[in-house]
Design a protein around this ligand. Structure first.
Ligand SMILES: O=C(O)c1cc(=O)[nH]c(=O)n1[C@@H]1O[C@H](COP(=O)(O)O)[C@@H](O)[C@H]1O
Length: 238
């Protein structure tokens, strides 16, 4: 069983390393942080190593999506940083997913350290059925499409996926416990939805079968971030 507080990954969507460290110091109760594109571009890979050196868990959200050889190279370099989780896009296909998982596993074995768990991002939580149909020309429902991509993740040998809580239940029903499920798009009751489209409350996400929740603005942009985090812990501990 994952300890309750560790099931909440807080997205450090901030512009630079000093701001990131301010948050880490301000919220010592957060044990799992996500470093995404904005912060990684600003602060560089050293930040991931430094967070790990503080005993924190790190989700490196780079959403890699390229030809297998290129993704494998990036995965080898990420493995040196010691991140716990790493994202790639499921839409890269099974060959790319397999290249990512194999590259992390081989490099980690070579270094004698744990490999990052590769997560395949399915359908971004900022997209809805209309965009799927009208822009991406995908006729399936988000649930069926995500379940299909989760199948690719399994076929490609990656240990987990990122999806909205709305699809977590269907993925669990079809694939059981074979994949780790990480769900962003978390909005506690009353929180602003902003650019997210497929959202759920923390408790709904856990009940749907999510292993980890990714939460950004509902904590960092809250009037009292520590209280907002505590409220989520309390909600899912019920
Ligand atoms: O891979 C992700 O973490 C991710 C996938 C996805 O489909 N949707 C999504 O919102 N995310 C990330 O989850 C975080 C959500 O932030 P908030 O909307 O502020 O809670 C952001 O850092 C996103 O980059």
């Amino acid at each position: 069983m994952i300890p309750v507080a560790e099931r909440i990954i807080v997205a450090l969507d901030v512009p630079d390393a000093p701001t990131a460290w301010q948050w880490v110091q301000r919220l010592p109760q957060v044990r799992f942080w996500k470093v995404g594109l904005e912060l990684f571009v600003a602060a560089g890979p050293g930040l991931v190593k430094d967070l790990k050196a503080q005993g924190l868990r790190v989700f490196l959200d780079l959403k890699l999506h390229d030809i297998p050889n290129t993704v494998a190279g990036a995965c080898r370099r990420v493995t040196h940083l010691g991140a716990d989780l790493l994202t790639v896009h499921a839409a890269g296909g099974t060959a790319m997913l397999r290249a990512a998982a194999d590259a992390c596993a081989r490099e980690a074995e070579h270094l004698g350290i744990p490999a990052p768990a590769v997560l395949a991002v399915t359908l971004l939580t900022s997209l809805d059925e209309t965009v799927l149909k009208d822009e991406l020309l995908i006729e399936q429902s988000p649930t069926d499409y995500v379940a299909h991509l989760a199948g690719l993740a399994l076929a490609g040998g990656v240990p987990g996926i990122v999806c909205s809580p709305h699809e977590a239940e269907a993925v669990r029903a079809r694939l059981g416990d074979k994949l780790l499920i990480v769900t962003p798009g978390i909005r506690p009751a009353g929180a602003e939805v902003a650019d997210q489209r497929r959202t759920c409350t923390p408790l709904q996400a856990i009940r749907a079968g999510a292993d980890y929740l990714v939460v950004g603005r509902p904590v960092l942009a809250a009037p009292d971030p520590a209280a907002a985090f505590a409220a989520i812990v309390e909600e899912i501990a019920l």
